[in-house]
Design a protein around this ligand. Structure first.
Ligand code: ZN
Length: 133
């Protein structure tokens, strides 16, 4: 088991690293780029304006889910994926937390499965009776 002293030192170290990452002194629009930074690849960005300011690297961003209000971190890696792979507009940011997105996906999948199930079902023997023609 870890001693309280050691545990406290670890917490302080993690906090220091976190605050360094979130520090206002780190400007993603200016050099230097820290070694832990997730770099922006300007060739993959979709430009919607000639005057768009593109940062040199992504920083983890906090946001509040618009559905449940929970605060979640939009990580630098996810931002890179969104802007450079999914080609999301630079004007868009994360709006819904992972949990709410998973819930919605599960619901949509369930609906799809239900519709498939209905298609497979044999028609009722008196179907003609129920149908107005
Ligand atoms: Zn949510």
């Amino acid at each position: 088991m870890k001693s309280n002293k050691k545990r406290k030192a670890e917490i302080v170290a993690a906090r220091t690293k976190k605050s360094e990452k979130n520090s206002a002194y780190i400007n993603p629009y200016r050099e230097p780029v820290p070694d832990w930074a997730v770099r922006v690849n300007p060739d993959e960005i979709v430009y919607h304006s000639l005057f768009m300011d593109i940062p040199l690297f992504y920083l983890d961003r906090e946001f509040n889910c618009k559905k449940c209000g929970k605060t979640e971190i939009w990580t630098a890696e996810r931002q890179k994926w969104w802007y450079e792979v999914a080609k999301g507009s630079f004007e868009t940011t994360a709006a819904v937390c992972r949990e709410c997105r998973d819930k919605k996906k599960a619901y949509v999948d369930q609906q799809k499965a239900h519709l498939e199930e209905l298609k497979k079902k044999k028609p009722h023997q008196n179907e003609k009776f129920f149908k107005k023609t």
